[in-house]
Ligand binder design. Structure first.
Ligand SMILES: O=C(O)C[C@@H](O)[C@H](O)C(=O)CO
Length: 265
């Protein structure tokens, strides 16, 4: 199994390049560019569909021969504004020209083709959990939106001192409607950036049990098992999740030992 904690390789250019081959799985890819004003990123999607997420900064985007103009609004994820996102189908080329310093995520999964390149509009806002389990969600492209063939993308803000992806849950069996098999990546950010967060990835039989200290900019791979996150006092946590599998539906089960938490008064 691949190392689950992936550090950025440098501070500019393409600093993450997680592919199904490097992760040792079948669906999810995650790339991340840090660009300076005037720099460019360009890729061909091949047999994969892509959702470009302007995590931070502004860039001129074009895809599949269409010019989408200047996109991006928030300069820091922790402004908590909604991200600007562009869907790019398989068999297409996309380009990004950075207007400001920018952080551009390239979320990918197998594509079927046939959808147009398009801006993902109407990104919602959800508050989940209670007490120290409260967290805030921007569901960029979840299954209620028919905007992709297999990609599910969401971002989560966990206030300092809180937990998210909690109680622990898993989605690692292809057993719809009880559960779906979804691989997942977490792109973590922390505020202030010198902080750390905690993520545990573990199966119920104990064959996988890793607890990682995550730093600003790290990626965690979740090939299977439960995957809760904790943000220590003083450090707000952000993450961008990419999920994909054979069915574009998110069906999970909470850990039987900890499911009581969601039912507690
Ligand atoms: O609810 C949350 O805290 C976010 C998680 O659900 C996260 O998107 C995930 O684990 C998806 O499986």
């Amino acid at each position: 199994m691949a190392e689950l904690l992936v550090k950025p390789r440098g501070s500019s250019g393409k600093i993450h390049d997680i592919t199904p081959e490097s992760a040792g799985w079948g669906y999810v890819g995650f790339g991340l560019y840090r660009l300076k004003p005037g720099e460019k990123a360009a890729e061909i999607t091949g047999d994969r569909e892509v959702i470009l997420v302007l995590v931070e900064g502004k860039a001129k985007l074009s895809a599949a021969g269409q010019d989408f103009g200047l996109m991006g609004e928030r300069m820091s994820v922790f402004e908590r504004l909604k991200p600007h996102c562009l869907y790019v189908p398989s068999g297409a080329k996309w380009q990004a020209f950075a207007e400001t310093e920018c952080t551009l995520a390239v979320c990918s999964a197998p594509g079927k083709g046939g959808r147009p390149a398009s801006i993902i509009a109407d990104i919602g806002f959800e508050e989940r959990g209670k007490g120290a389990n409260t967290r805030f969600i921007h569901p960029i492209a979840m299954e209620d939106k028919d905007v992709a063939d297999s990609l599910l993308v969401t971002e989560v803000f966990t206030p300092a001192g809180n937990w998210s992806s909690y109680p622990p849950h898993r989605h690692d069996e292809d057993d719809y409607p009880n559960m779906t098999y979804l691989e997942e990546t977490y792109y973590h950010r922390l505020n202030p950036s010198q902080g750390f967060g905690v993520q545990r990835v573990f199966t119920e039989d104990g064959s996988l049990d890793e607890t990682m200290a995550v730093s600003d900019g790290d990626v965690v791979l979740v090939p299977k098992g439960h995957h809760p996150c904790g943000a220590p006092y003083g450090y707000e946590m952000y993450y961008l999740n990419v999920m994909a599998g054979p069915l574009r539906k998110w069906r999970f089960k909470n850990h039987p030992d900890h499911d009581w938490i969601v039912h507690a008064p």
